[in-house]
Design a protein around this ligand. Sequence first.
Ligand SMILES: C[S@@+](CC[C@H](N)C(=O)[O-])C[C@H]1O[C@@H](n2cnc3c(N)ncnc32)[C@H](O)[C@@H]1O
Length: 528
Amino acid sequence: MQEKISVIDLFSGPGGLSEGFTQFNNGKAFSPFVSVEMDLHACNTLKLRKLFHYLKNSKHPKLSSYYRYLKSKKNITWDEIKTEFSDVEKMIDKAVWKHELGSWSADDTCNEIKKRLKTLGHSEKNEIILIGGPPCQAYSLIGRSTRSQQQEKGTYSPETDHRNYLYEWYLNILPEFKPAVFIMENVPGILSSKINGEYIFNKIINDLQSPHTKNGKVVQYKLFPLVEPEQEDLFPKVGTTDFRIKSERYGVGQSRRRVIILGIREGFSDIDQIPYLTEVDKLVSASDVIDDLPKLRSGISKIDRKKVTDSYGLWKQQLDKDWVNLARGVSNEIKTEINRVRKIIKKESYLDDRGSFFVPCLKYGKKKESQLPQDLFSWYVDKKLDGYLNHESRSHMDTDLKRYLFNVIYSDIKGKSPLLTDYPEQLLPEHKNTKSGNHKDRFRTVLKNLPGKTITSHISKDGHAHIHYDPKQCRSLTVREAARIQSFPDNYYFCGNRTQQYHQVGNAVPPYLAFQIASIVNYIITKT
Ligand SMILES: C[S@@+](CC[C@H](N)C(=O)[O-])C[C@H]1O[C@@H](n2cnc3c(N)ncnc32)[C@H](O)[C@@H]1O
């Protein structure tokens, strides 16, 4: 049985994947940890998270100072607060390496990781696991049609898109560190991406099975899926499986599809079959995970395309205006509901809040009961925090506010979001693409009773695809709501401005899924 397992997390983002491993057995199973990430804000988030875990697991007296920072309602960074935690400062700075993989040689990169691991307590006899997800933009189905068009015009070539080759950094690390187990995550688009007419996934699978250094040193891996393969829809066929995972089946309140490969070094373990992830009996819905969060109204940024200063009065007034004209052609059922909601918005005053970096529970008097099942409740909620981080609403144009109101009410009545073709003419955006038939599903409500749709990093730019199901709040999801749907615990603080926070949340592996993956890795290691 292994005593200590060190972890290398490449392309670690804000740390969704590492969170699952860190939380497993309260940080005792997988440590020390080195994360490599190039984005400054994601690194800041990671550092604060590592600080939190360290303070909590060591019952450090300064844990209360950390909570004080979180509740300060300010944008905090590691650099600003680190002097207060001088006893762990060096450790945290070593554990998170802000670095662009590819900018140094493979040897220098590996040497730096080795040095960091050693400083953090790793010894030669400890086994290592490697986790990570090389960036996925080049494989993503989002933007693929644009890339295809560019390819036809000769302005894009997958062969020269360096992002198609970032997984090779993963390969460089494998023979150097020979991890006992690795986890590699990616988007489903990786299954159908081609380079020079060949599926890149087939090459990745071959490379992962026998990675080698430039000197030819080879190490062999046996690859496993984490779920039972769905025999009927294999694409492309790779052995007997395609490694696809539907996160919602494993207790995540989000229908996020990802490809996850687990590799075991040959000779490390003789198990033929790893345990699969366990499916939940009942899917977790979006409202299960976000309904108890404080209600916030959206802001208003523009009226008739002109910038305005947001106020509650102006917001209410705009939401109430013009409906006789706007709702022409809309079914009576939807019209009646729009009128009912308009009346509530006009009359009630409890919604005069936009949220902030920290929203204390107390402000809301009696807290709404969470509908989370018990195990998820303890995963999310932190009584010491007693509030909500990164819960602040965005501003929208007057026209979008009205589209949101229509969209949410339509979705509630019909059980699906309207396409642009379902909108009354008067509510359609004056965009050249509106009538082209492209992006007909541009405005989408998060349906209350189903798992949320995939939170992507685009959510930073495009709130339209994630409209809150409560028409009275009339807004897109906050960072905290997106984080809840992604299964980030409430005490997970995202650094940077709001756009950067959304970006990090959308990039991550759902930590609750990662926790279950960590348990499978732990099984493999302890059975060996
Ligand atoms: C899909 S995200 C990884 C998410 C992460 N596994 C998690 O669960 O939170 C990919 C990350 O790779 C980072 N990245 C992209 N290119 C990189 C490079 N060359 N070196 C280091 N990090 C890179 C991006 O900034 C992004 O945060």
